[in-house]
Design a protein around this ligand. Structure first.
Ligand SMILES: N[C@@H](CCC(=O)N[C@@H](CS)C(=O)NCC(=O)O)C(=O)O
Length: 217
C-alpha cells in the first residue's frame, strides 16, 4: 500500500488527499509533522517539507509533483483540464494558491492560532495575527475576487480541477484559524470558497479535521 507522509492539517497534504479521494486511490497515512528533519525523513524529502508520497521504491516529495504523478498513474477522473489553455490556467491557479495564499494564511495566522495556541497551548501575539489578517490577506483576496466564477465550483473551464482544490485547501486553514472571507468585501470569493468546500470530496475531509482539532463545536 502506498504511504502519504504529512500531517492532515497541512494545505499541501490536504491537496493530495482530495486528489486521492477523487481518484479512489487507497493509501496509508503517516502523520509526519512539518519541520521533521530526521535523517530518515530527509532521505525521502530533502527539502524537509510535507507531503511526501512513497510507493515501494518510488519516493516523491512535493504536492504538485505528487498530483501530476497521480494523474499519469490513474488518469480518470481527471483533475487537470484537457484543453491546453485551461490546463495552463489551472497550473497557474495552483501555483498562486501555493505561492501567495499559503504564505499569507499559514505561518502568521493558521500556525499561530491553531498549532501554537490551540495544539501546544502556548501564548501567541494575537495583535500580530490580527495585523496579518488585516494586511496580508486583502491583496490575495482582491486578486481572487477578480478571478473566481459567479456560480459553480470551477475556476477554470467549467469543471472542478486542481485549481479549485489548491485554492480551496488554503481556505480550510483560514477557517480552522477562525477567520473567513468577508462576504461584504469579497462576495464572489466568499461564495466560491463555500461551494468548493461543499464539494463531496472536500466536505468529509474538512469535517474529520475539525473533529480531530476540536473545532467542530
Ligand atoms: N511546494 C511544497 C510546499 C510544502 C510545504 O511548504 N509544506 C509545509 C507544511 S504546510 C512544510 O512542510 N513546512 C516545513 C518547512 O518549511 O520546514 C508542496 O507543494 O508540497
Amino acid at each position: 500500500m502506498p504511504i502519504l507522509h504529512g500531517a492532515s492539517a497541512s494545505p499541501f497534504v490536504r491537496k493530495v488527499r482530495i486528489v486521492l479521494a477523487i481518484k479512489g486511490i487507497d493509501y496509508d497515512h503517516e502523520q509526519v509533522m512539518p519541520g521533521t528533519t530526521t535523517p530518515e525523513y530527509l532521505e525521502k524529502s530533502p527539502l524537509a517539507k510535507i507531503p511526501c508520497w512513497e510507493d515501494g521504491d518510488l519516493v516523491l516529495p512535493d504536492s504538485s509533483v505528487i498530483v501530476a504523478y497521480l494523474e499519469k498513474l490513474q488518469p480518470e477522473p481527471a483533475v487537470y483540464p484537457s484543453d491546453p489553455a485551461d490546463y495552463g490556467r489551472a497550473l497557474w491557479y495552483e501555483e498562486y494558491a501555493d505561492t501567495a495564499c499559503a504564505p499569507a494564511i499559514g505561518p502568521k495566522i493558521f500556525f499561530q492560532r491553531v498549532v501554537i495556541k490551540g495544539l501546544m497551548g502556548k501564548e501567541i501575539d494575537e495583535a500580530a495575527v490580527e495585523k496579518a489578517v488585516a494586511e496580508d490577506l486583502p491583496p490575495v483576496f482582491d486578486y481572487l475576487e477578480g478571478q473566481v466564477p459567479e456560480t459553480g465550483d470551477a475556476i477554470v473551464g467549467g469543471k472542478f480541477s486542481i485549481a479549485d482544490i489548491a485554492i480551496g485547501t488554503e481556505f480550510v486553514n483560514l477557517h480552522h484559524a477562525g477567520e473567513s472571507v468577508d462576504a461584504n468585501r469579497w462576495p464572489k470569493l466568499a461564495a466560491y470558497v463555500e461551494r468548493v468546500h461543499a464539494n463531496p470530496h472536500f466536505a468529509p475531509i474538512i469535517a474529520a479535521e475539525k473533529k480531530s482539532l476540536g473545532l467542530d463545536s
